[in-house]
Design a protein around this ligand. Structure first.
Ligand SMILES: Nc1ncnc2c1ncn2[C@@H]1O[C@H](COP(=O)(O)OP(=O)(O)OP(=O)(O)O)[C@@H](O)[C@H]1O
Ligand SMILES: [Mg+2]
Length: 359
């Protein structure tokens, strides 16, 4: 299913979507068409021959660890940096031949927060509306509607520097939509936010999607975010596309349908090999501190065997959980590494300090 992605750009069989949009409709036209795109910085290849299509009104996720090339892909698609080779067509316009037409069709939320801290929420939105030539008569109505959509109406006169990270993100999302773009690019909109604010941003994006005809391309390194929001997900690693499909199809493509996470005390030598030999087990990862992640086609049968083996060998089970396969397992399956590890190794993005009080 996933083979040859970087040359062809799509999985071979189109699979049903999870119901969020028309991703499975072969008649739907492409809002974004990227072909064999490459970005080199000197000798270093940041994006290495990536191809994919995004259909009108689809929510498409680029998922990958730090340094995978997600922002570089977005920067090329949004005309911010030149393409080294290959092409990208956005709303039918080529990014290299017709960048102005591309810019008129898109809204972009960059990874770093960029609203003016000394202005109020409303002033920030007004400036963008003027920059994008939104007619004066329509400006107030457009801003009122957006403030409602992102749930910031009552803070419209608050200075931006007094807002929490989550509120600033919501302001920036409203700002990116002020000229009613057809295609919306969001680069890691929830990185650095607390879990409650992250969920608020997800709900807001879903809400916006239900009110507007919008194609959304979002980058993230959060598996749960990609799973919950996206119609289809492209997994990017070291500048290459390693998998592309609906979240459900990606999970179904991993051998094994359940994951057992178990933590043991006093494991004997060869314990990992014993786990690997149990019925239906397709892979075992030792995550340190006695914690093992076991992929299996039959969660209950493997659990029984595992408990029996532990009792027999005098191994204490500190914790044990059985779940369905997640996108974490998909990432491990296609890259051989854990996304979590990659993120811990990399330098974490930290939300800028927030002077003043929260309103
Ligand atoms: N201007 C540049 N000059 C040289 N190398 C660059 C430049 N911009 C990005 N890179 C490199 O290209 C690779 C991809 O970077 P990119 O910012 O696209 O990754 P990312 O997937 O967005 O990661 P993150 O999750 O950290 O935002 C990284 O190795 C990065 O160091
Ligand atoms: Mg990035």
């Amino acid at each position: 299913m996933i083979s040859d992605l970087n040359s062809r750009g799509e999985s071979s069989g189109e699979v049903p979507t999870n119901g969020h949009g028309p991703a499975g409709d072969p008649a739907a036209s492409n809002a974004i068409a990227v072909e064999h795109i490459v970005k080199k910085y000197g000798d270093f290849t940041a994006v290495d021959g990536v191809s994919f299509n995004v259909k009108e009104e689809e929510i498409f996720g680029l998922l990958g660890p730090n340094g995978a090339g997600k922002s570089t892909l977005i920067r090329m698609m949004t005309t911010l940096i030149p393409v080294t080779a290959g092409s990208a067509r956005i709303a039918g316009h080529d990014v290299q031949n017709d960048p102005d037409a591309v810019r008129r069709a898109i809204g972009v939320i960059p990874q770093a927060l960029t609203s003016d801290l000394d202005l109020t929420i409303e002033e920030n939105l007004n400036i963008y509306a003027k920059l994008y030539d939104v007619p004066a008569k329509k400006r107030k109505a457009a801003i009122d509607e957006l403030l409602e959509l992102v749930d910031l109406t009552k803070w419209r006169s608050a200075q931006t520097k007094t807002l929490s990270g989550g509120m600033r993100r919501r302001l920036e999302i409203a700002r990116g939509l002020v000229h009613s773009p057809r295609i919306f690019f969001l680069d890691e909109p929830t990185t650095g936010l607390d879990p409650v604010s992250r969920v608020a941003v997800w709900e807001m994006l879903t809400n916006i999607k239900s009110h507007r005809q919008l194609t959304i391309l979002i980058t993230t390194h959060y598996m749960d975010e990609a799973d919950r929001l996206c119609d289809r997900i492209a997994i990017v690693d070291h500048g290459k596309l390693v998998a592309l499909d609906t979240p459900a199809a990606l999970k179904a493509s991993v051998p094994g349908s359940n994951v057992i996470e178990a933590q043991f005390d006093n494991v004997p030598a060869g314990w990992e090999d014993r786990l690997k030999k149990m019925s239906e087990v397709t892979s075992v990862q030792h995550e340190g501190a006695g914690m093992y992640r076991v992929l299996t086609g039959d969660g209950s049968r493997t659990t029984t065997e595992l408990v029996e083996a532990a009792v027999h060998s005098g191994v204490k089970i500190r914790s044990l959980s059985v779940q369905n396969t997640t996108l974490d397992d998909v990432f491990v399956h296609y890259t051989g590494r854990q996304l979590r590890d990659e993120l811990v190794k990399a330098h974490a993005f930290v939300m800028p300090p927030r002077p003043g009080l929260q309103p």
